[in-house]
Ligand binder design. Structure first.
Ligand code: ADE
Length: 235
């Protein structure tokens, strides 16, 4: 059994999948954070691995960039591989000065003008939500680790390069504090398939100010996000 985008056999994917956008990041996480990682997918280099964290089976797979891409991979994981929970671990651009670079955020709602939900299931809602219980678990794990995680509304955008700032203004008018390109579709797929989804994003850039960042800072905040996500994945 496989799909056009995933060559894994049923049983090779854990019930919980962590999804970074970048497939090489999935490989890095598997090789550095999981025990005995085994690669289950290489189609289009969208690497997926299953390994163990503190003795529990966990998978990690790239989602690619944007809603069409995460839409495909998450739908197949939920519907073809019996995955129960997907936790996106991504990056986002901060809209407001309250969000500093490297802040770790928990996405409590995703606003989008994307047609993804409308086309996928005639869902007219322009706000999609993660699983509440899973979000509480993530907050508890962050607190147990003494790490701060900021709950925010994200703007899931279809466009990275906009000609003017009207889409940013519209998103901020709808209460969005940062922008990425995936959570809305992931939350929608989880909703229609009666599965669980959440998203944790580190702030990688900001519309509010310019700052110089060092590789050490980037690595530290990535490690914080990973610790929270891994602990939440085995609860
Ligand atoms: N992900 C990280 N930064 C982003 C930005 N500025 N726009 C869209 N997605 C992002």
């Amino acid at each position: 059994m496989s799909t056009p985008h995933n060559q894994a056999q049923k049983g090779e994917v854990a019930k919980v999948v962590l999804m970074p956008g970048d497939p090489l990041r999935a490989k890095y996480i598997a090789e550095n954070f999981l025990e005995n990682p085994v690669c289950f997918n290489t189609i289009r280099n969208m690497f997926g691995y299953t390994g163990y964290y503190k003795g529990k089976k966990v998978s990690v797979m790239g989602s690619g960039m944007g809603m069409p891409s995460i839409g495909i991979y998450s739908y197949e994981l939920y519907s073809q591989y019996d995955v129960d929970t997907i936790i996106r671990i991504g990056s986002a651009g901060g809209y407001t000065p309250d969000l500093k670079l490297f802040d770790v955020t928990l996405i409590e709602s995703a606003y989008s003008r994307s047609s993804f939900a409308q086309v996928q299931s005639n869902d007219p809602d322009d706000i999609q939500y993660p699983d509440e219980e899973l979000c509480q678990t993530i907050k508890d794990c962050a607190s147990n680790l003494n790490l701060s995680i900021k709950p925010i509304r994200i703007h899931s955008s279809d466009v990275f390069y906009c000609q003017d700032d009207s889409c940013t203004k519209d998103a901020m008018d709808h209460g969005c504090q940062a922008v990425e390109m995936e959570s809305f579709a992931l939350f929608h797929n989880a909703k229609v398939l009666h599965k669980k989804a959440a998203a944790i994003c580190t702030i990688s850039d900001s519309f509010a100010f310019e700052e110089i960042t060092t590789p050490q800072q980037r690595e530290q905040c990535f490690n914080d996000m990973m610790k929270i996500a891994l602990e939440a994945s085995i609860r």
